[in-house]
Design a protein around this ligand. Structure first.
Ligand code: ATP
Length: 244
């Protein structure tokens, strides 16, 4: 379980948000939504301690990640898989090596173990035939799927998706949403999805955290979001051109 408690962050005296508190239960999928620049990616980067807050705590399975030493923080980070914005694949290596990267960096697995784990991850995302492809040969949807294969290769407890459907056509975006749901069910992963895509929110999320006006403005179940009378949330949803 992830417990975010009274988090506050500013950069050079400029406040991003304050008093952000919510819980992510095991097995849940939470969508973090809000306007550009409201601090969604900054919040993701706190959840695996890539950024440190001004004040507040994040408890991962009971431990405050900001109080861990270097070694324990490194161990904690291995509980997380991350699909970065834009997929962030290395151009100079093929699909297999992109997915193998976390195994080579974090583990001492043999070549055979690396091969088996990479191929298993590629099968999950239906790309077992693309292992030899160079990054430049992959479509946008395939890049996202390779990014997801890389995110799950260490068999994480938690997976964070930063804009998983951005830049994709609706059909390919739908396939990525199905993959996110499939991953959550088959691998029992707890998922955190940063997105602007309200269709994706409705497809994948159990819970929503809405950042607005330098705070966590609304949080609750997706079903409650549909019936909410929260003015800013409704206006955000309306502006996303998705009618619910
Ligand atoms: N390392 C940093 N140093 C200084 N300011 C930063 C840093 N990272 C983010 N910011 C600022 O924090 C604010 C929130 O950024 P963030 O990337 O989290 O927004 P976002 O909600 O994810 O936006 P988008 O939807 O456009 O990706 C922005 O004003 C950004 O310029």
């Amino acid at each position: 379980m992830i417990e975010i408690q009274n988090l506050k962050k500013s950069f050079g005296g400029v406040l991003v948000w304050e008093d952000v508190s919510f819980k992510i239960e095991d097995g849940e999928t939470v969508a973090i939504i809000g306007r550009s620049g409201c601090g969604k990616s900054v919040l993701l980067k706190h959840i695996n301690a890539l950024l440190v807050p001004d004040t507040g705590k994040i408890l991962i399975d009971g431990s405050n990640i900001f109080e861990l030493d270097y070694v324990d923080q490194r161990i904690m980070r291995q509980k997380f898989g991350v699909l970065f914005q834009g997929s962030a694949l290395f151009d100079s290596i093929n699909t297999f090596e992109n997915v193998a990267f976390p195994l080579r960096y974090f583990t001492n697995q043999s070549e055979q173990e690396i091969h088996d784990n990479v191929m298993q991850s590629l099968e999950y995302v239906n790309l077992e035939n693309a292992a030899d492809k160079e990054t430049s040969e992959l479509s946008g949807g395939m890049r996202k799927r390779v990014g997801i294969a890389r995110a799950i290769v260490l068999k994480p407890e938690y997976i964070m998706y930063d804009e998983p459907t951005s830049g994709l056509d609706p059909k390919t975006a739908g396939e990525i949403n199905e993959l996110i749901n499939g991953m959550a069910n088959a691998l029992d992963i707890t998922s955190i999805v940063v997105t602007h895509d309200m269709h994706s929110v409705l497809e994948v999320a159990d819970k929503v955290a809405f950042l607005d006006q330098e705070k966590l403005s609304w949080t609750g179940a997706v079903e409650d979001m549909k019936n909410s009378e929260h003015e800013e949330l409704l206006s955000f949803i309306k502006a996303s051109e998705y009618q619910i």
